[in-house]
Design a protein around this ligand. Structure first.
Ligand SMILES: *Cc1c(COP(=O)(O)O)cnc(C)c1O
Length: 386
């Protein structure tokens, strides 16, 4: 039977104010970077999440590339990162000649296994890059302790982690992206808060603040010039063009004003899924996401864990037949055609497990109760017939 109504995997949510603010940005006469709306976004992030300094970028990929430039990564430096992540986490450092050292995921969580990091540290190690998968925190106390002990930098790939938190051993709740020396966020249209394409570099270690501005502005001190701190600007360092037009910032600011509303609805959807599938988990048919005690859940993503690659393929087909788009992603980077030879033989079984078995379900603000019920029915039906 042909399904009539399709449920997409993602649908970007518009608050309604985006075009209004874009109009204002255009009318202001300054639509290049660092205009009025960029400043509003920076202020919002710094005051809401305790980030030391924020710089909007054109993508999270760009923010990660800026981080690698800032940390002066040179050929031969080693960077420790999960294999189960998006290519941008890796590319940013490969572009500077770094060697990637992949660490496995935890057994029951795609985040990096912190206990496996210590044995991978060598005198060439320079950076650890935790990726907060699905917006769920990595064990940041463990990572920051290792970094301190071995004099390493920590760059949080917080692409998925807006408005998500980590509570450390000291009991203090900190926003993800505020803990590492640097952090990168994404505002791609698949993320909770978005501007189509977009990103942000967060600088928590004040030593990097001035140079970050310069690198983002083509290696010039134009930012200081615009603030009136110097009377002319020039070429002072290496750099590129990483700043977005204020039109994009205007779009993003409209989204930020609705952050609470967006997060509330997404968490509702997440909880509905988790409750619907509890019976399958209790019967051992399916595994569900687990949120560690130290982590909050920003409902960036809902996923289920199938028992095998074959089972996942069959489930994707069953969903597709009912008009539901569900997707997997992240083929382990250590076995990618680009990096497998450089990585060598070291096995990362948990990363491979998530590559094979993790399935993401539709998750977006406007997902209706009825549509979500239909998705759940297909999955419950699938497992009842197994
Ligand atoms: C989305 C994402 C990125 C890339 O973000 P862009 O803004 O598209 O460059 C990087 N890392 C992770 C973990 C992501 O989910």
């Amino acid at each position: 039977m042909e399904a009539t109504l399709n449920i997409p995997f993602n649908k970007p949510y518009l608050t309604g104010k985006e075009t209004h603010y874009i109009y204002q940005a255009v009318q202001s006469g300054k639509i290049s970077g660092d205009g009025m709306f960029t400043k509003k976004c920076h202020d919002f992030f710094e005051s809401h999440f305790g980030f030391h300094k924020c710089l909007l970028t054109t993508s999270c990929t760009d923010a990660l590339e800026m981080a690698a430039i800032l940390l002066e990564i040179v050929p031969g430096d080693e960077v420790i990162l999960p294999s189960y992540t998006f290519v941008s986490t890796a590319n940013a450092f490969v572009l500077r000649g770094a060697n990637l050292v992949f660490v496995d995921s935890e057994a029951n969580n795609p985040n990096m296994d912190v206990a496996a990091i210590a044995s991978l540290i060598t005198p060439r190690t320079k950076v650890i890059v935790p990726v907060h998968y699905a917006g769920i925190a990595c064990d940041m106390d463990g990572i920051m302790e290792l970094a301190k002990l071995h004099n390493l930098f920590v760059v949080e790939d917080a692409a998925q982690a807006i408005d998500s938190y980590y509570t450390g051993k000291d009991g203090v709740k900190k926003a993800l992206g505020s803990i590492g020396h640097l952090a990168a966020f994404s505002f791609h249209e698949t993320k909770n808060i978005m501007s189509g394409e977009g990103g942000m570099l967060v600088i928590n270690d004040a030593r990097f603040a001035n140079r970050a501005e310069v690198i983002r502005e083509k290696g010039t001190n134009r930012s200081a010039f615009f603030r009136g701190e110097i009377d002319k600007y020039g070429w002072v360092d290496m750099g590129s063009s990483f700043l977005p037009s204020d039109i994009l910032a205007a779009f993003l600011f409209a989204q930020l004003e609705s952050l609470t509303l967006i997060q509330h609805r997404r968490k509702e959807i997440w909880e509905n899924y988790q409750q619907a599938f509890k019976v399958l988990a209790d019967n051992g048919k399916l595994d569900l996401p687990q949120v560690p005690v130290y982590a909050s859940n920003n409902a960036h993503m809902y996923y289920v864990l199938c028992k095998s690659l074959e089972e996942r393929s069959a489930l994707i087909s069953a969903l597709k037949e009912s008009g539901v788009m569900a997707v997997f992603h992240y083929l382990s980077l250590h076995s990618s055609s680009f990096y497998a030879a450089k990585h060598g033989e070291r096995k990362l079984p948990h990363s491979d497990y998530f590559s094979d078995c993790l399935l993401r379900l539709p998750m977006y603000f406007e997902l209706s109760k009825e549509d979500q019920a239909r998705i759940c029915d297909v999955i419950l039906d699938f497992y009842n017939k197994l």
